[in-house]
Design a protein around this ligand. Structure first.
Ligand SMILES: Cc1ncc(COP(=O)(O)O)c(C=O)c1O
Length: 448
């Protein structure tokens, strides 16, 4: 029985899979944040590279991965698919559990799958500097790594609570050559306004996005990049699912359950979207999305138009949201503290194609430690949600089922979070309904 299923580098996917033409219902169009009218692509040009705007709206089913991007992918791809024999044994599973290990990338997570192409296209269009936000620091690290590869400058706004919880992320981002500010910062109007209102504010992804977008919009040589949510980000992440499909085929397996955690939806989308055509043709594959109870965007959010950021600078997207003004509790899975959800994932959810489940952080840490003590690797707190969910699925699924989960990142820079858990200092948060109702009242009302 094989444990690691490795794909040869010559079998690496040559093209990303674009799910847009295969969605059962088309996505609602993005809208202008000021006029609320349907957005024309040129409105995005001040902040995004043209090639990425084209990908955002493309109707091509496959989009070729440029050779310079593949060249960098080859540093860490294909990633292994691993049979979790020891975890299976520990939980008495009658199912086979596999995990696709994206933690082997230089930055430590799946985020490099999109940071590399995003930097490549911006560089090709003459951009000199990129700005972005980061939650737990994985995306900021991935962008800083990719900027280093293409000799570009990188500015990262990191949510303050995570900046304080994970100080080594700052060092790694600096080591790759990027600069980093805790958000809210004094660098932007959005940051200064928040600090004036609440000097102790610990930040949110929505606010850090406002700062990064403002930075790009006010500097001619700078564009903005987003590490999740948008269609082109999910597109780049499909290398994960495309490889998984080949690896499962190599051993004669077919998935019954595909499990991933959801922040903005990019690792989940990357794993499941390549399997969407098979699911739509009637194959019985369940797409399980695991989120925190402290930020239950899919399980308790509303499906409606909302801004992607707190300062209302981004286009309005129709998505599952807890409201752009939502300030999440300081859970350690910083990358899952986002108020919105990828429009593609939200669309699939509305179609009844996603089984979304929410977990307490302490249960996720417990699952992470079980994984560590059986499989040996230390998961990122975000990834621990996928592990908790995969264990739950494997315990309740029909015996003989195949469960595949996405191991989105390692937790080697999240040791302080594990320390807090081991010392018994962590709290479980469940979002009160009044908080959701209050934040949703701030969303715009748009028909359609
Ligand atoms: C390791 C890891 N997994 C998952 C996520 C969630 O993001 P997404 O839903 O875009 O994959 C993050 C986000 O920062 C992350 O760092």
């Amino acid at each position: 029985m094989e444990t690691r299923i490795n794909l040869s580098q010559k079998d690496m996917p040559q093209a990303w899979y674009n799910a847009l033409p295969d969605l059962p219902t088309p996505l609602a169009p993005p809208r202008d944040p000021e006029t609320k009218e349907i957005l024309t692509p040129d409105k995005l040009e001040p902040i995004f590279a043209k090639a990425l705007i084209e990908q955002e709206m493309s109707s091509e089913r496959f989009i070729e991965i440029p050779e310079p991007v593949q060249d960098i992918y080859r540093l860490f791809r294909p990633t292994p698919l691993v049979r979790a024999h020891r975890l299976e044994k520990a939980i008495g599973s009658k199912c086979r559990i596999y995990y696709k290990n994206e933690s082997v990338s230089p930055a430590g997570s799946h985020k490099t799958n999109t940071s590399v192409p995003q930097v490549y296209y911006n560089k090709r269009e003459g951009v000199k500097r990129l700005s972005t936000e980061t939650g737990a620091g994985q995306w900021g690290t991935a962008l800083s790594f990719a900027c280093g590869m293409f000799d570009m400058t990188c500015t990262v706004y990191m949510v303050k609570v995570s900046y304080e919880q994970k100080p080594y992320r700052k060092i790694l981002i600096n080591a790759y050559g990027g600069e980093i500010f805790p958000s809210p910062s004094e660098q932007t109007n959005a940051g200064r306004a928040m600090l004036a209102k609440d000097p102790g504010c610990k930040g949110s992804l929505g606010l850090a996005i406002s700062e990064a977008v403002e930075d790009a919009a006010t500097h001619d040589d700078t564009k903005y990049t987003l590490g999740s949510v948008l269609n082109h980000v999910l597109l780049h992440q499909t290398v994960v699912g495309l490889e998984t499909e080949k690896q499962l085929a190599m051993i004669g397996e077919k998935p019954d359950y595909l499990v991933a955690c959801v922040g903005g939806g990019s690792n989940f989308g990357g794993l499941v979207l390549p399997f969407l055509p098979r699911k739509l043709k009637g194959e019985n594959i369940t797409f399980v999305a695991a989120e925190p109870k402290a930020c239950p965007t899919l399980t308790r959010g509303s499906f409606r138009y909302d801004y992607g950021d707190m300062a209302r600078l981004t286009p309005l997207m129709k998505m599952h949201t807890l409201g752009h003004a939502f300030m999440p509790a300081p859970i350690h899975a910083g990358g899952l503290r986002y108020h919105g959800e990828a429009p593609i994932v939200s669309n699939l959810m509305e179609e009844g194609l996603v089984d979304a489940r929410a977990y307490y952080q302490k249960d996720c840490f417990e699952a992470a430690l079980l994984f560590l003590r059986t499989e040996g690797f230390l998961p990122a707190p975000e990834t621990s949600h996928a592990i908790a969910s995969a264990i739950e699925v494997a315990k309740t699924a029909k015996p003989g089922s195949t469960v595949v989960f996405l191991y989105s990142g390692h937790g080697m820079l999240d040791l302080a979070s594990y320390d807090a858990y081991l010392r018994g200092d962590l709290t479980n948060y469940e979002l009160p309904q009044e908080c959701i109702d209050q934040a949703l009242m701030m969303c715009p009302t748009i028909e359609g």
